[in-house]
Design a protein around this ligand. Structure first.
Ligand code: FES
Length: 138
């Protein structure tokens, strides 16, 4: 009996880890920010990034070259529903998950640099009008 319980809980664990449906949730995003405000000053240099509120677990704005930006959700793509599944640090343009060892290259559409993640981070659209940035997905 014990063995069956073990086997059952083990297979449940496997199923929850590998569920293909367990990707980053879709939530409505429509954010307007003024990049000239002091709170966004850390984003002025190419290669820098900041966290802002919004999305599923928060949003990362990455400043590429010139007027190019990349905007992602902080929710990790590996097991997004876990409470610890969010990007907690960015170092040299590489975003690290708080849960395990996944890492994502922000300059390259948040492609996976380190497993266990296989999928990139969720990306949001953005537009820039002067210093007014809009982040959206609809
Ligand atoms: S949930 Fe991000 S690597 Fe585990």
């Amino acid at each position: 009996m014990k063995t069956i319980v073990y086997l059952l809980s083990f297979s449940l664990l496997i199923a929850s880890c590998n569920s293909k449906d367990d990707y980053i949730e879709d939530v409505y995003v429509n954010i307007h920010i003024d990049l000239s405000l002091p709170e966004y000053s850390d984003l002025q240099v190419s290669g820098s990034s900041i966290f802002i509120e919004g999305g599923v677990e928060g949003i990362i704005i990455y400043h590429g070259v010139g007027n190019d930006y990349k905007v992602y959700d902080r929710n990790c793509s590996y097991e997004p529903s876990l409470a610890c599944s969010y990007i907690d640090s960015v170092d040299a343009g590489i975003a690290y998950c708080n849960c395990c060892s996944s890492a994502f290259l922000l300059s390259n559409n948040a492609s996976v640099l380190n497993s266990p993640a296989l999928l990139p981070l969720k990306m949001y659209n953005w537009s820039l009008n002067g210093s007014q940035m809009r982040i959206y997905n609809h």
